[in-house]
Design a protein around this ligand. Sequence first.
Ligand SMILES: Cc1cc2nc3c(=O)[nH]c(=O)nc-3n(C[C@H](O)[C@H](O)[C@H](O)COP(=O)(O)OP(=O)(O)OC[C@H]3O[C@@H](n4cnc5c(N)ncnc54)[C@H](O)[C@@H]3O)c2cc1C
Length: 505
Amino acid sequence: MNRDGAVALVREVGGDELCERLFHLDAVRTSQGESQVGSCTEPAPAIRAPDALAAIDFDAVLAGGGLSLLLSPLLAARGLRVAVVERAKAGAVHREWNGSTAELDALARTRLLTPGEVEALIVARYRHGVCVWHEGGSYPVTGALDCAFDAGRLLGLVRSKAEAAGVTILDGYTVRGHAEGETAVRVAIASNGAGVASSGGGAASHVGDVASSGDGARGELTTRVLVDSRGSSSPYASADLVCPTVGGVVVGLEEGDGRDRIDPTVGEILATTEGIEEGRQHMWEAFPGATGHTTVYLFYYARREDVGPGALLALYARFFERLPSYKRGAFKLVRPTFGYIPGWSRLTPAPAAPGRRVVLVGDAAARHSPLTFCGFGSMVRSLEHTADKIERAALGQPAAPQRDQALHVGTGVLARIMATPPLDPAKKDELNGLLDAAFATLHAMGDRTYGALLRDEMTSSEFVRFLAKIGTRRPRVYRDVMTSFGPVALGRWGVSLARAAAGSL
Ligand SMILES: Cc1cc2nc3c(=O)[nH]c(=O)nc-3n(C[C@H](O)[C@H](O)[C@H](O)COP(=O)(O)OP(=O)(O)OC[C@H]3O[C@@H](n4cnc5c(N)ncnc54)[C@H](O)[C@@H]3O)c2cc1C
């Protein structure tokens, strides 16, 4: 199948708006920089930084209303005046999410949702999850990514809570740039033609002007803190790795036993069905949801600079073509979901905010695991901490450090290996061999350790033990790593890992 065929299939099910999101993601990712963020072609407007006397419209403006929308009612509950500016519709995600039970519980712990509301979002619970490698083993694990839940309903619910708490939501508005002053940030926004402001109250009057002035209207908001929640489209999303991911909710797959069928009680966390092709190790995942529905994704790890224009479309073409070699059945895609998930290997400088009053969150900050890319889990685990950080910035207090997990220093190098597969056709099964050795090791270390890696809870010393055991099972692994990184980078990584293991990170 070619790209046009793939677009036609996505459009048929998802409509024009979803296709626009797909094109936008592909275009922005390859032309990042604030000047490009608005329309991908227009230069950013010249913005004057606000002086100390400037009127302040909001305490916090969120640029982007995807998953980070979760922060908005929490900030409003702290007494902050909050606005969310979203180029499409805030809370209308083109995603499905899986998580571990403990992560979903965090939503109730923050009081964002009631335990009953959290329970009602869960569409499936699994007996166990499994990772399956081409010409290798099948390794079950319990208690990790064991819930599938309704992402659209979650964000719909959060949006109504945000509105009830007085958050102003600007749908159809793009953030085009900003300028930071001593006490506030001025944010340039532009309506995409059908911009709509829904205000829970307290919206500044000129927001109303922008909203009502029709096609292509432009305006400015002044805020104490700009929260960059533009995900992979943020001009500051400089993480060195990226995981292009496509697929969505599929019906018609055969249920039953065996690798090529769906077991509705098992979540397939990671699976490969082939070796390295076209310089990439493609991977699948399949999470059964409501009866007869399965969320299936195809993705690969890559270095940011290796992902060219139209990568999501090319991957969609492969998805439609190769899904029959992964699972049997006359499948039909009923809800396309896709995106680029940035990942930071911890081997390069961290994505950083451009000023004191700009806070990067979610995928823009990329503090989630570079190996599992579970941004949802990472976001919900750190909601309170992130809300604290934003509140401190709004109050002009010294910035709280960006929290990170020591484990990611270790997993980052594994992600870099996955992103740079050997190109020699004779080595096309290298990564499958490595993955098989790694997961056989994890499985042998026990369910608790295996699950801890997937849930992002493994300690650094446990990770070092894990590495040592892989070395016993596959002695070549150290030579491969040395060849891939060179002694200097490897030495730096070893020191960071040792410091993390000693608990000094
Ligand atoms: C297909 C897919 C499946 C996933 N599945 C899982 C999973 O099962 N479990 C898990 O833990 N994680 C999963 N993730 C990761 C998770 O979805 C992300 O980590 C998370 O959505 C990041 O949240 P965010 O708010 O940073 O960005 P996003 O949710 O991507 O939201 C960014 C928002 O910003 C808007 N925007 C962009 N530019 C502008 C602009 N200039 N002005 C205004 N608005 C703008 C976009 O329209 C978008 O709505 C998945 C990701 C993808 C792509």
